[in-house]
Design a protein around this ligand. Sequence first.
Ligand code: NAD
Length: 479
Amino acid sequence: MSHNPGALGAFTLTIGGRPVAGGPTFDVINPATGRVVATAPDCTREQLDEAVTAARAAFPAWAALAVAERRRFLVSMADAVDEHTQELAGLVVLEQGKPRPVAVAEVAGLALWLRQTAGLELPETVNQDDGERWSVTRRLPLGVVAAITPWNYPVGQASFKVGPALLAGNTVVLKPSAFTPLANLRLGEVWRDLLPAGVVNVVAGSGSLGSWVTGHPGFDKISFTGSTQTGRKVLASAAPRLARVTLELGGNDAAIVLPDVDVKEVAPQLFWAAFANSGQICLATKRLYVHEDVYDDLACELVRLAEQARVGDPSQGEVDLGPVSNRRQYETVVSLLRDCRDRGYRFLAGGLPEDGGGGWFVAPTLVDDPPESSRIVREEQFGPVLPLLKYRDVDDAVQRANTGEYALGASVWTHDPEAGQEVAARLEAGTVWVNEVMHLDPLVPFGGRKQSGIGVESGLAGLLEFTEPQTLSVRRSRR
Ligand code: NAD
């Protein structure tokens, strides 16, 4: 593995408004080449303590600000993101591997989420206001929030947490994935001069930093996005002190294609539903249930799109799909592909990647009607592989779509939106779309049911996850 860690300059943790170099460092690898692109400071336990102490010290003054003041800070954070769009997107391309336009859109999304979140109102409910009593329920901040994010959208994931946590009056310690720390560390550097010291701290670490964070007694709330497996650990480590948690976890979203679709029209939408960001989206379509009347035609169109897709290093020219984002995920995807091959399932496009070459590339792969019990159907692939599953009876498709531990998103595709709504109403998922997929809005909550999560992000409901209700009741008349 060749090293060129100095090329991007030095990255620092942000603790108490100051740059902190960290003691040791760890390597950040470009998944398109397998080469080290930079080294990141590896936060020590002592530095985590300092970050929590700084956030705790900043909390009373931040919480005491008028909400209008905090709104202004969020808007200036959004402006700063806009000013650094190209630089931040460049870092995301290098550390995560996605095509540049997708990275630019991701950074723009952070600015949009900050601005839209800034416009939300914290509700205050007057329960009683008469001669006897004045009673009001307000939403108060929780204190110090740990924001832990995955590697698929390093900047985008921060947008679901940082804005609402701050608007509600909390202070934050942001911890990105060890695979993709760079853009988040840079965000800390960009924001540190705009905000009162300690309001946003950014730490990164290669080893046990995640579990140090979730076990740390100084956090009042853990807002976690990642796998269901890690989510269970987070919940367990929050339990002894009853720290509040929001968990946004894995998904295995089903799309049900009804027989009345226009195949040519829906094929590109379904292709990108599954393969955008190389399939590494929690809400990507991960199982495609297709009515037998249109199965062959749709499969044919999807194969054509898979063969046309340009897969490659996004730093070396225009591509549609970058690599799988890290070796660990690549191995997960390859293990699922091997299982398909060993069991004799047919690949309509793509298949097991050949060894060799620097990056972790997997061509968009379509698996032809594997059994419902197969690993590629039951497990979350989180990569560019899609099983096509044939059905005859829509009740059977609904029942199969609702099977399993995950219930994040789902979609229904049809010429008849009303018929689509009837099927959608029977699907178990946090969000169900008809004739579209993955549409998110800063003002609309999303989250998972079953083992896809606890709580929601975005919208008023997402903001309230960073608060607790307090009722103030004032007796006016003596009995
Ligand atoms: P992951 O669970 O491995 O890691 C997520 C984060 O948790 C990272 O920052 C990691 O460093 C940290 N972490 C690891 N072990 C920890 C521990 N023991 N305690 C505390 N923190 C720990 O997930 P990943 O591989 O980064 O992300 C992929 C998963 O995330 C997929 O399952 C995907 O569906 C899910 N995801 C969900 C959503 C959503 O909104 N529901 C969004 C994006 C990704």
